[in-house]
Design a protein around this ligand. Structure first.
Ligand SMILES: Cc1cc2nc3c(=O)[nH]c(=O)nc-3n(C[C@H](O)[C@H](O)[C@H](O)COP(=O)(O)OP(=O)(O)OC[C@H]3O[C@@H](n4cnc5c(N)ncnc54)[C@H](O)[C@@H]3O)c2cc1C
Length: 488
């Protein structure tokens, strides 16, 4: 643990989201003096506007869906009275607040000096912080003085300023009728109808949430299928599951225009069949992706630029170091193959902190990072899709099994599937793709299988508990290893 109240820390981190605070924690644990500058709250997007509040809300949605299932399938004579949005928000925000306190406590315990203010690069090793500064350093002279503080980082600077919601030209979120995922959290109530624009993970999760809460939901995605970066079978099963729940899924469709009305929006959508449909909804939720935050960061002063899309591209991916030695980058500021996911940013943070501490560090294996959509049904995958594997010239064996082929899948009664893509002839497992209930928790074994370059026969040696959903994963590996029990 090392505390440093001077303005010459070893490492200065700009941005206290998952990427930034994790870099600070690991660097401090390695004995480096760390200043972490955050203009808002440590925890960033994931904790305050992303992963955590959205998953808390999706948990409530699951409870609502459970009432319908209890009544319709299990003879439990339960009915939903109403959803008290204010109470839901209070529980959600309490979880966020407790996590926020936890992150602050970890940083304090590690001896990271947290400075509240807006940081900008003034050179390859120097940073200026402006704003109403609060400073966690013990004995800092004035703990709430507005002003300007200059820092020089002795070993390096880490850029971790994250991302913000994107929109489309001509579509200006007003926070009320045209909203982003940020606004949706802080809305005064639940809408009766929503048009969700964007069928990536965030759009699908919000479509799923609002449907559970009783809204009429239309989901519009311009690509020919929702979650277009996933395996085609994942998109197909997810689409089927969402449609079964009454969500109007329009893939290959485009928003032509949207009029903002007093109490909602009226949008024209060109469907995949070339028809023009008018959709009226209380809210238009724009979830068309996220853009890196670099405005006002002073990249040019340090000799840095962004690529055409605004990302800061590392010159060395093995160290996540930019073309300016000593300036590193983590999190949503990175272009693909980084994934715009909090857990990817944790891995990047470990890599950068260890690199700055002079430890040998291995590059992030993005192919083995799991990707999850927490809708109902959920999707979870790791590694290559079948199409990606074939496009790379790999001869593959593929096995797919519906989750309802195992007893626990029938108990859940929500459909879903397991798909495994492996090199032909019993070779390395290249990808695992899951759709169904609880698959976010089931993907963990598959990330090890893919990350450890295992083969189906390696997995088939191990026994899965019976009866579980993950038995279906085990069964697919048994089949690929030539030892299938329940698959013909
Ligand atoms: C609705 C939603 C749901 C999501 N769900 C998931 C999920 O389930 N799982 C998952 O893995 N990922 C999820 N994500 C993505 C995840 O939130 C991001 O990948 C993650 O937050 C990126 O972390 P980061 O540290 O790069 O940036 P951020 O978390 O955005 O943090 C950047 C921080 O930098 C600060 N900052 C910016 N500029 C400056 C400056 N000049 N000076 C000082 N401070 C500055 C900002 O205030 C911010 O706190 C979700 C995102 C959204 C929007």
């Amino acid at each position: 643990m090392s505390t440093q109240a001077t303005n010459t820390p070893d490492v200065l981190v700009i941005g206290g989201g998952t990427g930034g605070y994790a870099t600070a924690l690991r660097a401090a644990s390695l004995g480096l003096g760390v200043v972490l500058v955050e203009r808002d709250k440590v925890g960033g997007t994931c904790l305050h506007r992303g992963c955590i509040p959205s998953k808390a809300m999706l948990h409530a949605a699951e409870l609502v869906d459970g009432i319908a299932e209890a009544r319709e399938r299990w003879g439990v004579k339960a009915t939903l009275d109403s959803v008290d949005w204010a109470a839901l928000v209070a529980t959600r925000d309490d979880i966020v607040a407790r996590n926020h306190k936890g992150v602050e406590a970890h940083l304090a315990h590690a001896g990271v000096r947290v400075v509240r203010g807006r940081a900008r690069l003034t050179g390859p090793r120097t940073v200026r912080v402006e704003g109403a500064l609060t400073d966690s350093a013990p004995g800092a002279p004035d703990r709430s003085a507005p002003g300007v503080h200059d820092f020089t980082a002795r070993r390096g600077i880490v850029l971790a300023t994250g991302s913000h919601p994107r929109t489309l030209p001509g579509l200006v979120p007003d926070g009320r009728r045209v909203v982003t995922s940020d606004d949706a959290l802080f809305a005064p109530g639940l809408p009766a109808s929503v048009l969700v624009l964007g069928g990536g993970a965030i759009g699908v999760e919000y479509a799923s949430f609002h449907r559970s809460m009783g809204a009429e939901v239309t989901l519009v995605e311009a690509a020919e299928r929702i979650v277009p970066l996933e395996d085609a079978d994942v998109s197909r099963h997810l689409t089927r599951g969402l449609k079964k729940r009454g969500i109007d899924v329009q893939a290959g469709a485009r928003l032509l225009d949207a009029d903002v009305l007093e109490n909602g929006v009226r949008a024209r959508v060109r469907t995949a069949r070339g028809e023009t449909r008018t959709v009226e909804a209380e809210r238009l939720l724009v979830a068309v992706g996220r853009a890196p935050v670099t405005e006002g960061l002073g990249l040019a002063a340090a000799g840095l630029t962004t690529d055409g899309r605004g990302f800061v591209v590392p010159a060395d991916w093995k160290r996540l170091e930019t073309a300016v030695p000593g300036i590193h980058v983590v999190g949503d500021l990175l272009p693909p193959p980084s994934l715009g996911l909090a857990h990817a940013s944790f891995a990047e943070a470990l890599l950068v902190a260890e690199t700055l501490a002079g430890l040998p560090s291995a590059p992030v294996d993005y192919a083995a990072v799991p990707r999850v959509t927490y809708s109902a049904p959920q999707t979870a995958s790791v590694g290559l899709s079948e199409a990606e594997a074939r496009a790379r010239g790999r001869a593959v064996d593929v096995d797919t099994m519906p989750l309802t082929a195992v007893a626990k899948g029938m108990v859940h009664g929500q459909g879903g599937m397991v798909k495994v893509v492996a090199e032909a002839g019993g070779g390395q497992v290249l990808g695992v793709h899951l759709v169904g209930p609880h698959v976010s928790e089931m993907i963990a074994e598959s990330q090890l299988i893919v990350g450890w370059d295992a083969e189906p026969s390696d997995v088939a040696r191990h026994v899965h508990a019976h009866p579980t959903l993950s038995e279906a994963v085990g069964e697919v590996f048994l089949t690929l290893a030539g030892r299938g029990l329940h698959q013909q």
